[in-house]
Every structure is written in structure tokens, then in C-alpha cells.
Design a protein around this ligand. Structure first.
Ligand code: HQG
Length: 176
């Protein structure tokens, strides 16, 4: 059962963050998909109950259902341009970015770039950053002086699931 949910979660991440047109779906400008339409077009077996359970049990709270219950969207992680309607917020003094050692050389030259996503993703705690980095290889955690950057005019946003987002982090601000 859990395995099915994991597959459904991966499917939803792919469709709602990266490629809605893979199943002929269009998201609205805020990234919402109509649930009826998603279920009808999904090429995996999907129903409302499963969707609700995936949203409720997602370890990282990856998805949200709209207040009227009609739509679903990803809370963060998009590569397609969506307006999540997040207000700039004051971040904690330090945030963490988990990455793999093989990216360090490039990051030290270019800083942190969003790569394929809309934002650079930052974690509020060190342990979470380790697991994010592990997805890419041998993990290393970079420390970002977020509050200081905020005071210097860099904007930070906090997604509904707690993940912090920013457009880029300059190389000079990063320490490991
Ligand atoms: C790296 C997951 C070379 C960056 C996670 C990262 C997160 C550079 C990779 C969310 C670079 C991009 C996002 C540069 C950045 N040179 N490499 N200049 N700048 N990079 O997957 O942050 O489980 O797009 O360090 O938990 O790993 O999917 O970003 O290693 O919250 O819900 O380029 O996705 O959430 O990788 O992960 P990603 P991320 P989910």
C-alpha cells in the first residue's frame, strides 16, 4: 500500500512540478490542477481518496488541496513557471543547502543556481539538508547566512511545507 502511494506521489511530483502536458493537463498560473481533470487524464489508477491520502501522508508535505477541494498543486520544487503567491519573508539567521561533493567546485565559482527549478531550495535544519544532498551523491551541507542576505536585499520565501526558496546564492556567501 505504501509502495503504491510512493508511486502516486512521484507521478504527482512529475505532473504538477515539471510536465503537466505529459498527460495533456494545463495548470493555472498559480500551479493548480483541477482534480477531476487530473484523475480523468492520469495514466495511472487514481481516485479522490488516494489523492487525499497522498497529500495527507506526504513526508515532506509536497502537495496542497485548495480550500474549495477542487484543485491540487505542488507546494514547491517546480521547474515550470508558476506563481505560488508567496510573500517575501524574514529567514532565520542560517539556512542549509544539501548538495553532493561533485558539485562543490562549480558552486564555489558560480554560487548556488536554481538549475532546472524556479528557485534554489534551502532547508531550515542540517539533517534535512543531508538527506537532500544524498539524492545526488556523497552529501555535503553548505551554510547560508540567510538573515544577513535578507538584510542586504535578497528575497527569501517559505513554501507551505517549510522549505525556504531564493533565486540564487552568491558564491561569496557560502561556507561549508
Ligand atoms: C546543484 C527535493 C553545480 C544543487 C528536495 C543541487 C528539495 C549546482 C542540484 C528539492 C550549482 C539541483 C530541491 C552550481 C546548484 N553548479 N551544481 N552552480 N548550483 N547546484 O534536485 O536542492 O523530495 O534541482 O546543489 O528535498 O537538490 O523532490 O535541487 O544538488 O526540497 O520533494 O544542483 O527537491 O524535494 O538539484 O532539491 P535539484 P535540490 P522532493
Amino acid at each position: 500500500m505504501n509502495y503504491d502511494f510512493k508511486d502516486t506521489s512521484k507521478f504527482l511530483s512529475y505532473i504538477l512540478r515539471h510536465k503537466p502536458d505529459a498527460i495533456g493537463l494545463t495548470l493555472d498560473p498559480e500551479g493548480w490542477a483541477n482534480i477531476e481533470e487530473l484523475i480523468a487524464k492520469a495514466d495511472i489508477s487514481l481516485d479522490r481518496d488516494t489523492l487525499r491520502k497522498v497529500v495527507a501522508t506526504s513526508d515532506k508535505k509536497r502537495f496542497a488541496i485548495s480550500a474549495d477541494g477542487l484543485s491540487i498543486r505542488a507546494n514547491q520544487g517546480h521547474s515550470i513557471a508558476v506563481n505560488l503567491g508567496l510573500e517575501p519573508a524574514e529567514p532565520p539567521e542560517l539556512l542549509y543547502h544539501g548538495t553532493a561533493t561533485r558539485f562543490l567546485e562549480s558552486i564555489k565559482v558560480q554560487g548556488l543556481l536554481p538549475q532546472n527549478r524556479q528557485y534554489v531550495h534551502l532547508s531550515a535544519d542540517h539533517d534535512t539538508a543531508v538527506s537532500v544532498g544524498q539524492r545526488h551523491g556523497k552529501p555535503v551541507v553548505l551554510t547560508i547566512p540567510a538573515l544577513q542576505m535578507h538584510h542586504q536585499g535578497h528575497q527569501f520565501f517559505q513554501a507551505k511545507n517549510g522549505v525556504w526558496l531564493t533565486e540564487r546564492v552568491l558564491a561569496g556567501a557560502i561556507s561549508d
